[in-house]
Every structure is written in structure tokens, then in C-alpha cells.
Design a protein around this ligand. Structure first.
Ligand SMILES: Nc1ncnc2c1ncn2[C@@H]1O[C@H](COP(=O)(O)OP(=O)(O)OP(=O)(O)O)[C@@H](O)[C@H]1O
Length: 225
């Protein structure tokens, strides 16, 4: 399997007080990766720097086919004044990698009223629209920053379905989250960050075959850090 994402001595600083330690990691498989860690561990910093939204102090990142990663921020990014039906056409103008036909079909799947403005949607529907439109972009690497944080359990299930249905089979997806319980079936592997360092990388299938709960492995790593 080709490399999908590789970081070599990747260093990002936020002022004088926080820095990612040189991160060295490689992802070859088109997995769904859970990115865990305490508040302030550096999850957003890592995802934003990989997306080109924060400067990198040193080191480098490589992505398959030199494509750009697709980033889903932790707050909705689609303008609220847009009519839902116009969103795919607008995003296709912003993003070269946006598949407008796929965007329209995802809106159809979500049963959204295309005549409503985005700002008139419920919070959960708006979150699903933002997630769905992010999945309508085509890339080898997707980076989602806490997409499941502020939604009720039913909406969360809809969002998990969206991810499973529309994540390209050959792409890597890294999701930062504080939720472990109930998401074991989503992740193929998990990373734990602490103070800007990767503390733990575990494959979910190894954890299951060792009869360990994913939640206890991750909590143990965070508590003992
Ligand atoms: N705009 C900023 N300017 C300076 N420092 C910042 C800024 N944003 C975050 N930081 C600092 O960078 C460090 C890492 O924060 P980051 O947001 O990456 O953590 P996180 O793991 O995503 O946390 P959370 O789970 O709370 O979202 C923290 O010490 C934080 O205070």
C-alpha cells in the first residue's frame, strides 16, 4: 500500500508556551483514525498545521499524490445566508476538489429543504450539512476537528452513517474527538496526543484481540502521561 500521509520531524508552535514535539508518523492504510488527548494536547494545532492553516516551524508533511488534505473545522464554515440548494454550486467555486453532483446527492440523502437558508437549519442539521459537504470534496486525506462534539446521540449516529457511507475507500480520515464509548466500531486505529507528543498509537483490532477495551487503553495512556 502506498503512503497516504507522512510527517517527518513536524514541529508547530503556538506562541512560546506550546509546541508539538517533532512528530514522526506514517499512515499507509486508508483507515479511520481517532485522535485523542486532553484539552490543550495539540489536536487542533496538528490538524490545522497539516491543512496549511498554521505555519510549520520545521520538518515536513507529505501527502499521497501531493493532494491537499480536506479539513473540517470545529465550527460550521458554510455561510448561513446561503440557501441550502445553492451550497454545492458555491463550494464548487471555492474548492477545486469539490464534487457538486455528490454534494447535491448528499443534501438529498440528508432530506434537507433546499429552499431554507443554512442559518434556518437546526444546529444538528447544520452540522450534518457541513460534514456532508466536506465529504463531497475529493482528497486522499481528510482531517475532522471534533465533528461530533455538540450534537445529540441521534444526530451523532446520522453523522457516523454519513462518514461511513461517503468517506472514499482509498482515503485516510483522522478525527479528533473526546468521545470513545460508542465509537469503537468507527475507528481502525487511535492516537493519543499529550503535551504535543504522540503517546500511543494502537490498532483497534489488536486491542480487541488482546481483550482490552479501547476506552481503557486510551484513558490509561492519558492518566499515566
Ligand atoms: N490562537 C492561539 N494562540 C496561542 N496559543 C494557542 C492558540 N490556540 C491554542 N493555543 C494553545 O496551543 C495549545 C494546543 O491547543 P489545541 O487547541 O491544539 O489543543 P486541543 O488538543 O485541540 O484542545 P481541545 O481538546 O481543548 O480542543 C494549548 O496550549 C493552547 O493554549
Amino acid at each position: 500500500m502506498d503512503m497516504l500521509l507522512e510527517l517527518n520531524d513536524f514541529v508547530v508552535s503556538r506562541g512560546r508556551k506550546f509546541s508539538l514535539s517533532p512528530v514522526n508518523i506514517r499512515f499507509n492504510d486508508p483507515n479511520i483514525v481517532g485522535l485523542f488527548g486532553h484539552n490543550g494536547a495539540g489536536k487542533t494545532t496538528l490538524l490545522k498545521a497539516l491543512s496549511g492553516l498554521l505555519p510549520v516551524q520545521s520538518g515536513e508533511s507529505h501527502i499521497k499524490d501531493m493532494s491537499y488534505p480536506v479539513f473540517l473545522p470545529d465550527t460550521p464554515f458554510i455561510y448561513k445566508f446561503l440557501k441550502v440548494g445553492s451550497v454545492p454550486g458555491v463550494l464548487a467555486k471555492y474548492f477545486n476538489d469539490f464534487d457538486a453532483d455528490l454534494g447535491e446527492s448528499i443534501i438529498g440523502d440528508l432530506s434537507l429543504d433546499v429552499k431554507k437558508r443554512v442559518g434556518e437549519l437546526s444546529k444538528g442539521m447544520e452540522e450534518q450539512l457541513n460534514l456532508g459537504m466536506t465529504l463531497a470534496r475529493r482528497s486522499s486525506v481528510y482531517l475532522f476537528d471534533e465533528p461530533l462534539a455538540a450534537v445529540d446521540p441521534v444526530t451523532r449516529d446520522h453523522m457516523l452513517d454519513l462518514i461511513k457511507r461517503y468517506k472514499p475507500n482509498d482515503a485516510l480520515l483522522i478525527i479528533s474527538t473526546h468521545l470513545i464509548s460508542g465509537l469503537e466500531s468507527l475507528f481502525d486505529e487511535c492516537l493519543v496526543l499529550h503535551n504535543g507528543k504522540i503517546l500511543l498509537r494502537i490498532s483497534v483490532s489488536d486491542s480487541i484481540s488482546n481483550n482490552q477495551s479501547l476506552e481503557s487503553r486510551i484513558k490509561e495512556a492519558m492518566i499515566n502521561a
